[in-house]
Write a new protein. Sequence first.
Length: 209
Amino acid sequence: MLGFFLALGRASPRRAIRGFVFFYTWIFRATPTLLQLLFIWDALPEIWHVFAEGWFTPFLAAAIALSLNEAAYMAEIIRSGLLSVDPGQELAGRALGMSRRRILRRIIIPQAVRIVIPPMGNEFITLLKLTSLATVISVTELLTASTDFYSTFASYKEPFIAAALYYLFIVSILMFFQSRLEKRFTFTSARRRVRGASAVPAPLSHDAR
């Protein structure tokens, strides 16, 4: 959701909004994710003391850092999907008296979704694997559990193979749903094109004229 609004901000007519979004995406795409995790967990409480309270847990810090990082990449993916829609369709919507919000909801976004789903699915899978970095700020996730198993039983093989199988299982489920979404939106888009073509009246033949 944050990436969607950032993508809209890049297309804003206001220079200040475009500048902020560009600065945001530049910062989070140009710095390592591990550095962002450490900054949110270690440095942010020193800058803003409200984050030094007990409610700010390692899990919450990891969620914030990974969400902000992923939003920068998703903003560019969604923006490319929005730009792929023919500008003439927006002009046609305006000619019909549609508002900007309705044009986005009824015309641009349904077409952009079909293009955005494959790279968005890949980013989601990448984000899933990036959660393993949260082990550096003491988040108990899959890699941490594997490391704890090793320290207890002094065996590398079993915990790391189990972790790999868990990742393969979860990613396979995500890939399945991604494939289903691609088929659904491709079918919906094709059905709309057929319906639109059938709504156009056929030209008169020479005899009818």
